[in-house]
Design a protein around this ligand. Structure first.
Ligand code: ATP
Ligand code: MG
Length: 254
C-alpha cells in the first residue's frame, strides 16, 4: 500500500525524475542535465507541482505568438527529448514550427540519440544536424553559439525549453522573440525571455498544444492583442507571489 495516492502530484514528479534518469542511461541527457532537473524539481515543489494561473496566462500568449510567427523554431535539448519527445513533435506540427537539436553541452553521440528519439516519435525534418548549414550567434562563447542557418539563425520566434541564460540573452540580442518553459521564475532565462511559462514542461506542453489548436481559428488581430497585452515581468512577479503564498500556507499547516 503506497503512503500517498497514485494521483498525488509527488508521485507524478517521481515519474518525471525516472524518465530523466532513463534518458540519461539511454545517452540523451548530459550529467549537467540531471542537475538542471534537480533545480527544476525544487522550484516545482515550491510551486505546488501544478500549473498555476500565471503559467496558463503565459501559455495563451505563447500560443498566440507561435501562430503569429513567420518562422518559428523549437530548440530541443537532451532533457526535453527525454521528458516529452512525442509532445514536442506534436507542438511543432500544430504550430508549423521547425525542430532544431541544439545542445548546451555539444556531443555528437548524444545528438544522434536525440535525433533518433525525435524520429521515433514522428519527426520528419530535424535541423541542427548538418555542419554545412551551421553558423554562429554572436555574443556567447564558441561551443554554445552554433545554430542552424536554416533554423534558429533565420527564425523570428524561438521556443527554448529549459535553456541557459547566456544563450537566451544571445538569442534576444539577435532579435529573436523567445518563448521558454522554466520552473525557476528568477533564472536569467526566465527574466530575459519575452514569454516565460513557469511550469514543468511535461505539464505545460500539452496545454500549449491545445491552446495553439484553439487559437488557430482566431484572426491575426486577436492574436496580436493577446501578445501585446501580455507583460512577462508582471507575470513572473505573479509566479513569485504564487510560491510565496504556497510557502505561507504550508508553513501554517506544518
Ligand atoms: P540561467 O542560466 O537561466 O540563469 P540556471 O543556470 O540556473 O539558469 P540552467 O541549467 O542553465 O539553469 O537551465 C535549466 C533551467 O531549466 C533551470 O532554471 C531549471 O529550473 C529549469 N528546469 C529543469 N527541469 C525543468 C522542467 N522539467 N520543466 C521546466 N523547467 C525545468
Ligand atoms: Mg545556466
Amino acid at each position: 500500500m503506497p503512503l500517498i495516492p497514485k494521483s498525488h502530484p509527488r508521485v507524478k514528479s517521481l515519474l518525471i525524475r525516472e524518465k530523466l534518469v532513463d534518458g540519461f542511461e539511454r545517452g540523451l541527457v548530459a550529467k549537467e542535465g540531471l542537475l538542471a532537473q534537480g533545480r527544476g524539481e525544487a522550484f516545482d515543489y515550491l510551486l505546488g507541482e501544478k500549473t498555476g494561473k500565471s503559467a496558463k496566462h503565459a501559455i495563451k500568449a505563447a500560443a498566440a505568438q507561435l501562430l503569429l510567427a513567420k518562422m518559428p523554431v523549437i530548440s530541443v535539448n537532451g532533457n526535453v527529448a527525454a521528458l516529452c519527445p512525442k509532445q514536442i513533435v506534436k507542438l511543432s506540427k500544430q504550430t508549423k514550427a521547425k525542430l532544431e537539436v541544439n545542445l548546451f553541452y555539444a556531443n555528437q553521440k548524444r545528438k544522434n540519440a536525440i535525433i533518433k528519439t525525435l524520429k521515433n516519435n514522428g519527426a520528419k525534418e530535424i535541423l541542427g544536424t548538418n555542419y554545412k548549414t551551421s553558423t554562429k550567434l554572436s555574443g556567447i562563447d564558441s561551443a554554445r553559439r552554433i545554430v542552424d542557418r536554416n533554423g534558429i539563425f533565420a527564425a523570428d520566434v524561438v521556443v527554448v525549453p529549459l535553456e541557459d541564460g547566456d544563450r537566451t540573452i544571445a538569442l534576444r540580442k539577435a532579435g529573436k522573440k523567445v518563448i521558454t518553459f522554466d520552473l525557476n521564475p528568477l533564472s536569467r532565462t526566465s527574466q530575459t525571455a519575452n514569454i516565460t511559462i513557469v511550469d514543468n514542461v511535461t505539464r505545460a506542453i500539452d496545454l500549449l498544444i491545445n491552446e495553439s489548436k484553439k487559437l488557430s481559428k482566431k484572426n491575426i488581430k486577436v492574436l496580436q492583442k493577446i501578445v501585446d497585452e501580455f507583460d512577462n515581468k508582471k507575470n513572473l512577479a505573479e509566479n513569485v507571489i504564487q510560491i510565496k503564498n504556497n510557502l505561507t500556507r504550508r508553513a501554517r499547516i506544518a
